[in-house]
Design a binder for this molecule. Structure first.
Ligand SMILES: *Cc1c(COP(=O)(O)O)cnc(C)c1O
Length: 405
């Protein structure tokens, strides 16, 4: 039945998504019952997905004014927002703080906004979090994304900027430092990285003697990848360290998962529409593009499976290599080389796995508009975003310049 749906399209398997969400919250319940999940909008803000996590109790983790507005549009109150990142707007920053949502300060500019805000509400008490920038690479050599160079986000602990920020906030009479935010991206996504982050939280606690309402570990977990950690591997280890200086009675643990929730449940279904032989190479032209599933152009292998066209009954000789390419007119739009496999023909489907994070949200409007998205629940397929049309593309545009005519 699924093969009647025209490709390309994404599919989210709802029971698998639910299983991963429950795996996360079960592990947190067992290890740190006072927790909060902030779903990372930037990883995939498909409206259906956002409302799924909202129904399951997650808050919105946003990193721009547009994401903040999207969260509001999709029904999150300002107190259900966790506001991170270097690019907040002053208006939304103040809105979330006034409503008692979570704001993790990232810059000196935000310290000025905070000062201005709290001075104009002298009778109100405000709570803020601070994002700590620290040398995770030193604690976990070879595992971080930034490597030897420093990360760009938050207040740097080693250079004293973090201490300065703490001092500046403590000088304000009606502000409490309620939280620490320690998100760091890593290549390894290992349990070891999260243990180092927890150790850093304890170190900052000891050095600055906070009374914290929350410690926010950020995102960056693995989920649904063969041979890699899963949620139940992280939280026993992390809780064990955090218990040295915090207690679940006093301090909430915030986690901000993105890719780990949605990788396993999401696939991208594409078809071969043409094959051609050029100078001894067999090219498979497919209706999925590298831009759909590898928009940052960093992957050289993919998890996938093949569904053969049932109407093609001829023999399929073994081919040494078939170059799987996308539909765009760019030569780099080649996804992978299929080596020593039976010949693929038009109508065969290539179904990519583990494509939920940083794919839909980074899809460009290039040559073809956004593909449709379906949610699968056992045998039922429900379309949750139709394919984008030129009408969607032109919205907000002016077609005629009446001023110069
Ligand atoms: C990107 C990001 C996340 C989510 O990261 P994943 O790798 O998708 O889990 C969470 N928190 C912050 C602050 C982020 O920037």
């Amino acid at each position: 039945m699924t093969s009647q749906i025209p490709t390309p399209y994404f599919v989210i398997d709802e029971p698998v998504l639910q299983r991963y969400y429950n795996m996360l919250t079960d592990s947190l319940t067992q290890n740190w019952p006072n927790y909060l999940v902030g779903y990372s909008f930037k990883t995939n803000s498909l409206p259906w997905l956002v409302s799924f996590v909202k129904r399951n109790g997650a808050y919105a983790e946003v990193v721009s004014e547009d994401e903040y507005l999207l969260a509001r549009y999709l029904g999150f109150t300002e107190s259900e927002i966790i506001y991170n990142g270097p690019y907040k707007s002053q208006k939304s920053f103040c809105g979330v703080l006034l409503a008692g949502g979570y704001v993790n300060l990232d810059s000196r500019q935000e310290l000025f906004w905070l000062t201005e805000l709290v001075n104009s509400f002298p009778d109100k008490t405000f709570k803020v979090g601070i994002r700590a920038n620290f040398n995770l690479e030193k604690m976990c050599p070879g595992e971080t994304t930034m490597g030897e160079t420093s990360g760009r986000f938050g207040f740097c602990y080693e250079t004293g900027r973090f201490a300065e920020a703490v001092e500046a906030i403590r000088a304000l009479p009606n502000v409490q430092i309620a939280g620490l935010h320690l998100h760091s991206s890593s290549k390894s996504r290992s349990v070891n990285v999260f243990c180092a982050i927890a150790k850093m939280a304890c170190r900052l606690q000891e050095e600055f003697d906070f009374s914290l309402e929350y410690v926010d570990l950020g995102g960056g977990y693995c989920g649904g990848m063969e041979g890699r950690p899963e949620y139940p591997d992280y939280f026993p280890a992390v809780a064990n360290i955090l218990r040295g200086c915090f207690s679940p009675e006093q301090t909430k643990l915030i986690v901000e998962p993105g890719i780990s929730l949605i990788s396993k449940c999401t696939t991208f279904v594409t078809s071969v529409f043409d094959t051609r032989d050029i100078k001894g190479s067999r090219y498979l032209m497919t209706d999925g593009s590298r831009f759909n599933i590898d928009p940052t152009m960093i992957k050289n292998s993919h998890l996938f499976h093949i569904e053969y066209n049932p109407d093609y009954t001829q023999n399929r000789p073994l081919l040494e290599s078939q170059i799987v390419s996308g539909f765009t007119c760019m030569e780099v739009d080649r996804l992978f080389t299929y080596k020593e496999h039976p010949e693929l023909v038009p109508g065969d489907r290539i179904i990519y796995e583990n494509v939920g994070g940083y794919t839909m949200s980074l899809n460009p409007l290039f040559i073809q508009y956004f593909p449709a998205v379906y949610v699968q629940n056992k045998d039922e397929m429900k379309m949750v975003r139709r394919k984008w049309t030129p009408e969607d593309y032109v919205q907000g545009s002016i077609l005629h310049d009446t001023l110069t005519s």
